[in-house]
Design a protein around this ligand. Structure first.
Ligand SMILES: C[S@@+](CC[C@H](N)C(=O)[O-])C[C@H]1O[C@@H](n2cnc3c(N)ncnc32)[C@H](O)[C@@H]1O
Length: 273
């Protein structure tokens, strides 16, 4: 695993995030390490795409500082050919731009300030037409990653690590916020309105699992064959979201299963678990 020093307060903007952010970065860092190490001889170019890139450093649960996803990717031992980073909030974007400049990259990162669901077109247009393998980390705070955005990325060979806020947003808000809006965020994220039948017809205890299956089915329709997921929970084991891994190739899935067998608390998965 590539080393990461503890980030220091550099005086730029640092957002506060939940302590559970460390879990998603645990899996991201391990996957980047294994992915770049094992694929670099097979692929002439490997690009990293982060459409909800953040500020580059975050403060975990009011305590320690931690590298954000783009700066984890920038510090991989076997670096990506290029990083493509999109962030909508100008304050986050400005901090990210200054921080990433300290990690010299050639070519320099492709930085875009604006809405990921629109700017994904510019990101995809900047990728080479062939002989490229990509990793996309798609990590919004809530239901903001549109299905059409995943469809744009899926035209290339792109492994996906997706933050899916099922308990954090969909299950909590479906009735009050989304159900009566014909083109709600949940419709845009899933690319279908079939979720309404799930919430209306099924017992609440089955809804999270059925929602995961529906999302998977939608992404499968874009050519993805392999799906893995990690449940990320907050204080007291409160379920928050799923980290979903999607790949079109066997090797990507094999790498994910290898890295995900070790959790952040050092526990391994039991072979019969
Ligand atoms: C969970 S944070 C990202 C954290 C970052 N990926 C990391 O792991 O360090 C989500 C970020 O997405 C940004 N964001 C929210 N909606 C967006 C959109 N539609 N397009 C681009 N960025 C967006 C927010 O400003 C925020 O910085």
């Amino acid at each position: 695993m590539f080393p990461l020093n503890q980030p220091e307060d550099d005086g730029l903007y640092i957002p506060e995030v939940g302590a559970w952010s460390a879990d998603k970065h645990h899996f991201l860092r391990r996957y980047i390490d294994a992915f770049t190490t094992s694929m670099r001889r097979k692929w002439p170019e490997m690009h990293y795409i982060d459409l909800f890139a953040g500020a580059g450093i975050e403060r975990l649960g009011g305590g320690d500082l931690s590298w954000g996803s783009p700066l984890i990717a920038a510090q991989a031992t076997h670096g990506f050919t290029q990083l493509h980073l999109v962030e909508r909030d100008p304050k986050h974007f400005d901090a990210l731009r200054q921080r990433i400049a300290k990690f010299r990259q050639s070519p320099p990162p492709h930085l875009l300030c604006g809405d990921a669901n629109e700017l994904v077109r510019d990101v995809v247009a900047a990728l080479p037409a062939k002989d490229v393998l990509n990793l996309a980390f798609l990590d919004p705070y809530g239901l903001h990653l549109h299905y059409t955005t995943i469809r744009s990325l899926a035209r290339h060979r792109t492994d996906l690590i997706i933050f899916f806020p099922d308990h954090l947003d969909a299950l909590r808000n479906w009735k009050v916020v989304y159900h009566d809006q014909p083109d709600s965020n949940l419709d845009k994220v899933l690319g279908t309105d079939a979720w309404r039948r799930i919430f209306t017809d099924e017992p609440p205890s089955r809804c999270a699992e059925l929602l995961r299956q529906l999302y998977e089915q939608q992404i499968r329709a874009l050519g993805y064959k392999h799906f893995e997921s990690e449940r990320i929970s907050g204080p007291g084991g409160r379920r928050l979201y799923l980290l979903l891994f999607c790949s079109k190739h066997d090797l990507g899935a094999k790498i994910w299963r290898g890295i995900a067998s070790r959790k952040r608390d050092g526990q391994g998965t039991l072979p019969f678990g």
